[in-house]
Write a protein that binds this ligand. Structure first.
Ligand SMILES: Nc1ncnc2c1ncn2[C@@H]1O[C@H](COP(=O)(O)OP(=O)(O)OP(=O)(O)O)[C@@H](O)[C@H]1O
Ligand SMILES: [Mg+2]
Length: 371
């Protein structure tokens, strides 16, 4: 097996990242299929798959629980196991609160808090953090040989990587500490400035919202340590040797620019993308370049004219030349990114006729990824 085959190793975790809509969910699911086909017990942790794909993976009913997806083994080839888990950030967050609360009562106070209920699913970065968190939990359990994680549809591919550090920063935040402080020392520790700040915020957003917020932070008292420790461990897991980043991009200038930026940031963190998947490319028919095809079209037209013939060959060559030109332009757009991730392997996945939303088409992409 070649292509991305070498990445499908026991104990590896593959993180599919890239900008919105490039095909992260599709490639993640296909890599898990490829892993299962390579004999591994592979699990894809997916986020927000299109409905038909969720159906195909049997994900409609049970979020946050991994379940087995039957593969069509009619080709008689040996196979491992395919598992899929649809991430539900809110239940992951709830489970974390329950784990780190000092008592069931504290957990309940947080879970019932209006602010918590509003932000636990929607707060910027929560989805990303919870994806990393769930991955950590699955890695710790050691039930699977290969974990493939799809990252959330963020505008910025970096959100996923930065989420654990952001949570840690939030917990270290001075304002957070000041708001939490009253529960510890009954207002004595709150500076005048913090009180003035809270009063100003209350005027803008309403006292009720502020009360909710204060109650929320107070309810978290004593839990920061657990959360911070966990966020640091998640961070270490993502930075560790067993985690490989698979960059997914399309041949568009904006997604390429973002992928280059993302690669730079990974390098700053001492990591680099281990593979690039250039998705939804136009097909390359034949070996001839567009220039020689254009020449062929012209000479055939000239030949047909001189003989007074009316053949479609020249027009067909011209059409092929145009297709080729599109593919060449895609190559040009991707060139800097390919160079940037070098020596990581680059896998080109063509534009398939239909949506990649059933097991059959995932198998097809899996074959392309490992061909
Ligand atoms: N190679 C391909 N050929 C044809 N269709 C594709 C291909 N790859 C992905 N698609 C389709 O493109 C759409 C977007 O893909 P996908 O959901 O995997 O992207 P994503 O990066 O996960 O998006 P988001 O950032 O919103 O999560 C889907 O409908 C998928 O079926
Ligand atoms: Mg997606």
């Amino acid at each position: 097996m070649s292509g991305l085959g070498p990445l499908l190793q026991r104990g590896n975790m593959l993180v599919c990242c890239g900008s919105g809509g490039v095909g992260k969910t599709t490639i993640a699911a296909s890599l898990a299929v490829a892993g299962a086909r390579a004999g591994l017990r592979a699990c894809v942790v997916t986020i927000d798959p299109a409905r038909r794909l969720a159906d195909a993976l049997g994900l409609e009913t049970l979020p946050n629980v991994a379940h087995r997806v039957p593969l069509d083994l009619s080709d008689g080839l040996p196979s491992g196991e395919l598992w899929a888990l649809m991430l539900d950030p809110k239940s992951t967050f709830d489970a974390l609160v329950e784990r780190y609360a000092e008592s069931p009562d504290q957990a309940q106070r947080i879970l019932d808090n209006r602010l918590y209920r509003n932000i636990s699913g929607a707060l910027s970065g929560t989805q990303e953090y919870m994806a990393a968190e769930k991955l950590y939990e699955l890695a710790e359990e050691g039930r699977f040989d290969l974990l493939v994680v799809d990252t959330p549809p963020s505008r910025n591919a970096l959100d996923f990587l930065e989420a654990p550090a952001r949570l840690t920063r939030f917990l270290d935040n001075r304002l957070f500490r000041l708001v939490v402080a009253p529960a510890r020392s009954y207002l004595k520790a709150v500076s005048m400035a913090a009180q003035a700040f809270v009063r100003t915020v209350a005027k803008v957003v309403g006292a009720e919202v502020v009360d909710d917020a204060v109650a929320f932070f107070q309810a978290f008292e004593g839990m920061e340590e657990g959360f911070r420790d966990r966020a640091e461990r998640v961070d270490r897991l993502l930075g560790g040797d067993g985690t490989a980043f698979v960059l997914v991009a399309s041949a568009r200038k904006d997604t390429v620019a973002e992928a280059i930026y993302f690669t730079d940031r990974l390098v700053e963190m001492g990591k680099s993308p281990q593979a690039l998947v250039a998705n939804r490319l136009h097909p390359r028919f034949g070996r001839d370049g567009s220039e020689s095809l254009t020449d062929l079209a012209a000479s055939d037209r000239a030949r047909a004219d001189s003989l007074g013939e009316d053949t479609p060959l020249g027009a067909l060559y011209a059409n092929l030349a145009e297709f080729r030109q599109v593919a060449e332009r895609e190559d040009e757009v991707l060139a800097t990114l390919v160079e940037k991730v070098s020596p990581a392997p680059v896998c080109r996945v063509p534009y398939l006729e239909g949506d990649v939303s059933d097991l059959q088409s995932l198998e097809r992409v899996a074959q392309i990824l490992t061909a």
